[in-house]
Ligand binder design. Structure first.
Ligand SMILES: Cc1ncc(C[n+]2csc(CCOP(=O)(O)OP(=O)(O)O)c2C)c(N)n1
Length: 285
């Protein structure tokens, strides 16, 4: 399949200039690169501008509750390990409301790819500071500046030993597609944090602002196999923004050796024949 075939022919309700358009195209390019048939891929999203992507691509979609994106994706993956499962949403959804699901599914190491659309604001609800907004960041809802320190999703994921941690910029669609494709191929929990401008609500981190600050890790001699180096890169303060693969490792996934999950996909096993289970299932469904 080529890239265009993954893109749904529908009207896209995003603002002109939003980075979401490019991220959608990069996702399609990554799936085309891997030759993944759409019926073998599930895209789980939550609520927000970014989360609308489930409706804008030709894939199996699960558009769930705000903050529950990773929980839904983890459930789908554990029931159907034969499918490629991607969780994609905004930084508010994944790191704010969904923070707890994120950290425990990294810890469990469910074999998922999480793509975070990081615009540093809650876009859909009109631009409040999101967890990645820096302290002092002014919005209409926080005119005196956000009183909270920013969450550092890269440092969090590296510290929790997530098997694949990367950051990219929506304005570099080819690099973004390559990183998404590597994240999907890497076994275990993968996080790709995609920085993107929000022309409607974020007037500080613009397209040009990012372009001036990006540092491509593959040009710096960075060793993604070194957790200490990855943590240092993730927490380095200053004006430079690292993009590329920060960290990779291999460790057993949640399903590896699990007494129930290993073997045939749980979601494809025949229903249990016990009368009790059958009557419960027929009562509720
Ligand atoms: C539990 C819950 N809290 C809050 C909301 C309201 N709400 C809906 S979308 C949203 C912000 C989404 O921001 P983000 O996830 O960063 O995505 P963006 O719109 O910026 O792409 C909020 C706060 C909600 N629907 N449910």
């Amino acid at each position: 399949m080529n890239r265009e075939e993954y893109l749904a022919d529908v009207e896209l309700a995003w603002c002109p200039g939003c980075g979401n358009f490019a991220i959608r195209t990069s996702l399609a390019a990554a799936l085309a690169q891997l030759g993944l048939p759409p019926h073998k891929v599930v895209l789980a999203t939550g609520i927000g501008q970014a989360a609308k992507i489930a409706h804008y691509v030709n894939l199996n979609g699960f558009n769930g509750l705000h903050g529950r994106t990773v929980a839904a994706a983890a459930g789908i993956k554990l029931a159907r390990p034969d499918l490629t499962v991607i969780a994609e949403s905004g930084d508010g959804d994944l790191y704010g409301e969904g923070g707890n699901h994120l950290l425990h599914n990294i810890r469990r190491n469910v074999d998922l790819t999480v793509i975070a659309h990081d615009n540093r604001v809650y876009g859909l609800t009109k631009g409040q500071a999101s967890p990645t907004a820096p302290r002092g960041y002014r919005t209409r809802a926080q005119p005196a500046g956000s009183p909270s320190a920013a969450l550092n999703p890269l440092a969090l994921a590296v510290a929790l030993d997530a098997p694949f941690v990367a950051q990219t910029f929506s304005g570099e669609p080819d690099r973004t597609a390559n990183l998404i494709s590597q994240a999907i191929q890497h076994r275990g929990f993968s996080l790709v944090n995609v920085l993107h401008p929000c022309p409607s609500w974020n007037r500080v981190q613009t397209f040009a602002w990012y372009k001036e600050r990006l540092v491509h890790l593959d040009e710096t001699g960075h060793d993604p196999g070194d957790q200490g180096q990855a943590f240092a890169v993730a927490t380095r303060s200053g004006e430079q923004i690292p993009v590329g693969i920060l960290y990779t490792t291999d460790r057993p996934t949640f399903a590896d050796g699990h007494p129930v999950l290993s073997g045939d996909p749980v979601g494809l096993r025949p229903l249990p024949s016990s009368d009790v289970v059958r009557s419960l299932l027929t009562t509720f469904f």
